[in-house]
Design a protein around this ligand. Sequence first.
Ligand SMILES: [Zn+2]
Ligand SMILES: [Zn+2]
Ligand SMILES: [Zn+2]
Length: 104
Amino acid sequence: MNALQQRRCAHAEAITEVRPESLDTCPECVALGDTWIHLRVCMTCGHVGCCDSFENRHITKHFHASQHPIIRSLEPGETWAYCYVDRWMVGGRQMTVEVSNFRS
Ligand SMILES: [Zn+2]
Ligand SMILES: [Zn+2]
Ligand SMILES: [Zn+2]
């Protein structure tokens, strides 16, 4: 029997600490006067955008515009991240960068 090969995401291994540009708002929604449901942060540049649960999908648009592959949840208690390129959910254990470090 072959050992299961653990899938890895090179993007997740390359990311470093980022400072989210916001912790509790989607700046693009605020500019539009719109609302959002959940917030995500780009782990490449710290851009904050809203999730796919609502029509604006600013964090997905940010990926398409910038090709920054990894986003992370900004919701309290959520530690997952997601790589758009690998279409892979990065679990909390693999995730070495804690956004909570920036909460004060
Ligand atoms: Zn990846
Ligand atoms: Zn938004
Ligand atoms: Zn970015």
